[in-house]
Design a protein around this ligand. Structure first.
Ligand SMILES: C[S@@+](CC[C@H](N)C(=O)[O-])C[C@H]1O[C@@H](n2cnc3c(N)ncnc32)[C@H](O)[C@@H]1O
Length: 255
């Protein structure tokens, strides 16, 4: 189960603040959210996408199980004077909102492929999922020349695994692909080492580290390039087959 630490939240914030990833993803999502008065971001994490989406709706509800992540989001909302966003500490799979939000959003969270019946009971109009294109590495952080094919994201829902499920269930969907930078800025050599160890269990030799640092030196520290390849996938609740709306998981489980 995904868990935030102070360190991983700091890294994510550093990356998010130095690029326009969330603003651009929000712009790609906006056409699917037309007319949605209330949007809920399920598994919102630090809420960088939620903060962008909040400008498209009257009420933004951010649901997560992580107290520290929601705490940072609340602080950032105060700082940015965002007043229509509320945080809710809850497991979204058990959440029973009244009234229903018009749209639910999942971003880099499993759900669309496995939890469609639950999602269909949480959204009035639209279920939107932002997901990686695949779980294969795309040379993120320039690590392919040092590490063998990595399986870091095993089990993470992605476009390659979700689309066959939607097709098999006869669920119509619309999608928009994206490839957007989300590189990592790090302060010093020590932080580069900690980052590589934390996310990739990579312990470079002295010469590998020297080469890696030299090729990623940036102003005031280091920059590790990374591009997120993904899709915005939208499903209209009214298009869901009636057997899904009854809540039967059998078809989904057997895929
Ligand atoms: C990989 S992070 C993605 C965060 C954010 N959506 C983003 O795109 O940056 C997954 C998030 O989902 C939260 N999460 C996982 N399962 C959850 C559940 N059942 N209910 C609520 N939050 C959940 C985790 O705490 C974490 O913040």
């Amino acid at each position: 189960m995904f868990q935030w630490t102070d360190q991983s939240m700091d890294w994510y914030e550093q990356a998010a603040l130095h690029c326009d990833f969330h603003r651009r993803v929000a712009c790609l999502a906006q056409p699917y959210l037309e007319g949605c008065d209330t949007i809920a971001d399920l598994g919102c994490g630090l809420g960088y996408l939620s903060m962008e989406l909040s400008s498209f709706c009257r009420r933004m509800i951010c649901v997560d199980v992580s107290t520290p992540a929601l705490g940072r989001l609340a602080e950032n909302c105060l700082r940015r004077n965002i007043t229509n966003l509320e945080t809710l500490e809850a497991d979204w799979t058990l959440w029973q909102p009244h009234p229903l939000p018009d749209a639910v959003v999942l971003s880099y969270c499993n759900g669309l492929g496995r939890n469609l019946p639950v999602l269909s009971r949480l959204a009035g109009k639209v279920i939107l999922s932002i997901m990686p294109a695949s779980n294969e590495e795309n040379d993120s952080y320039d690590l392919n020349r040092y590490l063998p094919q990595r399986a870091r994201y095993r089990g993470r829902e992605n476009h390659k695994t979700v689309v066959p499920v939607l097709q098999a269930l006869g669920v119509p969907y619309q999608e928009t692909p994206f490839s957007l930078p989300f590189g990592q800025w790090l302060r010093d050599e020590e932080e580069v080492k900690t980052f590589l160890e934390y996310y990739f269990d990579f312990h470079p030799t002295a010469s590998q580290l020297e080469e890696y640092l030299a090729s990623h030196k940036a102003e005031n520290g280091y920059y590790l390039p990374n591009v997120k390849h993904g899709y915005v996938v939208a499903v209209k609740v009214q298009d869901l087959p009636p057997r899904l709306l009854k809540g039967a998981m059998d078809d989904v489980e057997s895929l």
